[in-house]
Ligand binder design. Sequence first.
Ligand SMILES: [Zn+2]
Length: 190
Amino acid sequence: MALFRKQTPQRRTNVAVKADYGDYKADLQKDFNFRCGYCDDLDNYQNAFYEIDHFVPHAYCKVLQKNSYSNLVYTCRHCNNAKSDKFPTKDETIHHDGTIGFIDPCHADYANQLERERGKIIPITPLGVYMWREMKLYFLRHELVHTLERLDTNIRALRNLNFPDGHIAKAILLQLYEKAWEIREQLRQM
Ligand SMILES: [Zn+2]
């Protein structure tokens, strides 16, 4: 098994206050390293489908405002739709009871609930199972995006080495291109 993610997203504390939470999208994109806070999918592959989630849904907020930056998560449409207004503790100060509920993805502990198996997200704690089920982290697309990112990294590394024609690495490169193209097509049709 591999680590769920390489980097913990971090919200800056000095972002200028904006009245409409929708105006924070570019700030959030940067702070979340261009990835969905929940599934860690890079936004490069379907940029148009990234949104802003209120970690504690507005209905349960007493102190937090709709535009409180500390409560916003850069998220793919799929995780945002699946999480929706779920927040079982119904309390903005208590996020989970150790088994049921959610962890803010900007906490390092979020990644301790999940791992990767060939790109697939695997829950490894009861709380991980809860989040995985409720946010549908079992969707095939997360495995595909993760695999595609790894393929692209390998393609770039090989291409930069500039092997002469006929070198075995050229054949491997071609295979990687084909596999990446296949996955892109699969994602496009989802
Ligand atoms: Zn996501």
